[in-house]
Design a protein around this ligand. Structure first.
Ligand code: ADP
Length: 459
């Protein structure tokens, strides 16, 4: 492309140069010939007045030495008849008597015609005409054209030479990139960063490729990590269920031990939650998480959820602070909001190993209903506070000792966003406070949720 662009630019510049050069030549020629015709005219005044053809012819014959490029010169009298003529040896030119009307200059293919008035005291007494051969112009044109062709060929050769020398450098790097991509695809080994010290588009491409590979590696690591955690998390409750059921099996004759059944049930519930979380995440990813929108009392839902979590979390006291307002109507999916509450309450219990209480309080603003779940547990490190809502994210402190997949908060955030609500967390001196807000029932909020459900848009 660069070679062709350079050639086109070169051709345009060269043509412009030749045209301006030719125009320049023509201008100079006209000027010098007009000057000469003035001189001949001035010298011919007396010959015309005295009808002295011979002297006039003599004046014209001097042109042979003065301007050898003049092929024919004529002096016409005031009636337009030829008074005296000069024709260069070898001929040339044309007889233009009867065709001249006014003083002018013009070009034919091979001649310049200069016609000038001969004046005597403001009276027109005749005309002089010069016919100038333009062979010099032809020669200039030819030499310029030859020069242009030579320069053009030289430019093409140099451009191709440069291209030829630079191309291996470029194609070597591109081929290296292509080969690395092929080998990564074949071997599934993405740990092959390409080193390139260039500063051009190819090195930008290579940097982007390296970044992409890095991302692929990180995603693969995340996936491997997740598969490890998920299989461990799914296996633990399953082993436990199997153990308790084996125990019940052994006690065949006796009354089934209630504690064993409860433990088996607890493990089954954990397993169910894990699988539901995984399913929810895949539904969120494919945009298929549906909401069942209805009107419900959020305060009542909180009270019910707190007491059901309390029943299975005997080690921690869940304290629901009283509010001084009545039922609070919310438009949304009751089950999904319950899922948010269960997740936040279970986390508050799970991440408070010292059996500390969990306090649930609510607050109302003009537009929103805000729920706060305050725990006195392990808390969240400052630098990880923005990450915990990301898919599969688990804080470094918690991931080793406490079971979990890092999906709950991600699902909560998605559910709340679909309700035009928000979720956030604040660090406390001891533990942390999780908040979520929901718009109070109003026409607009209902419409918005309905609309986003219909269009399937993720808000
Ligand atoms: P999971 O609990 O299954 O790991 P979540 O998405 O519910 O997944 O939580 C993500 C991470 O946020 C947890 O792994 C934990 O590190 C942190 N976290 C959540 N809730 C709390 C809490 N109440 N106190 C301290 N850390 C928490």
């Amino acid at each position: 492309m660069q070679v062709f662009t350079s050639i086109i630019v070169l051709v345009i510049f060269f043509l412009a140069y030749i045209i301006s050069d030719i125009r320049d030549y023509k201008y100079r020629k006209i000027k010098s010939m007009t000057g000469l015709s003035h001189v001949i005219g001035a010298n011919s005044i007396s010959t015309l007045l005295f009808q002295d053809n011979e002297s006039a012819a003599e004046i014209l014959s001097e042109l042979k030495d003065v301007a050898p490029e003049i092929v024919r010169a004529d002096i016409f009298d005031d009636s337009g008849k030829v008074f005296a003529s000069y024709i260069r040896s070898g001929g040339g030119g044309v007889n233009i008597s009867g065709q001249i009307s006014k003083a002018e200059t013009h070009f034919s293919d091979s001649l310049l015609f200069v016609i000038d008035d001969i004046m005597n005291n403001d009276e027109l007494i005749g005309k002089v005409s010069l016919q100038v051969e333009l062979s010099e112009l032809m020669a200039i044109k030819k030499s310029k054209f030859d020069l242009g062709v030579v320069l053009l060929l030289a430019a093409i050769c140099i451009s191709f030479l440069i291209g030829f020398l630079v191309q291996p450098y470029i194609s070597k790097r591109l081929l290296n990139l292509v080969n690395t991509i092929k080998s990564a695809r074949k071997t599934e080994n993405y740990y092959i960063p390409i080193t390139d010290n260039g500063k051009d588009e190819i090195s930008t491409l290579i940097t982007a490729f390296n970044q992409l590979m890095q991302q692929v590696i990180e995603n693969q690591q995340k996936k491997d990590e997740f598969i490890g955690i998920a299989s461990h998390e799914l296996k633990t409750p399953l082993t436990s269920i199997k153990g308790y059921l084996d125990l019940l099996n052994v006690m065949e004759d006796r009354e089934p031990n209630r504690q064993c059944v409860e433990k088996a049930l607890e493990s089954a519930r954990k397993l169910e939650k894990l699988i539901r979380d995984l399913l929810d995440v895949s539904k969120i990813q494919s945009g298929q998480l549906q909401l069942n929108i209805k009107e419900f009392d959020i305060d009542e839902l909180i009270a019910e959820t707190v007491s059901s979590i309390q029943m299975v979390s005997l080690t921690h006291e869940l304290i629901k602070e009283k509010n001084n307002y009545g039922p609070q109507l919310i438009t949304g999916d009751k089950q999904k909001i319950e899922q948010v509450l269960v997740n936040l309450l279970s986390n508050a219990v799970k991440y408070s190993p010292a059996d500390n209480p969990v306090i649930i309080s609510t607050q109302k603003t003009d537009l929103d209903f805000i729920v706060r779940i305050r725990d006195f547990g392990i808390g969240i490190p400052e630098d990880e506070i923005n990450e915990i809502f990301e898919r599969f994210y688990r804080t470094k402190d918690s991931s080793v000792h406490i079971a979990g997949l890092g999906l709950g908060l991600y699902i909560c955030r998605d559910i709340l966003q679909r309700h035009h609500g928000r979720i956030w967390v604040e660090r406390e001196d001891v533990g942390s406070s999780f908040y979520f807000s929901l718009p109070l029932k109003d026409e607009q909020a209902t419409k918005k949720i309905m609309q986003s459900e219909q269009t399937g848009i993720n808000i």
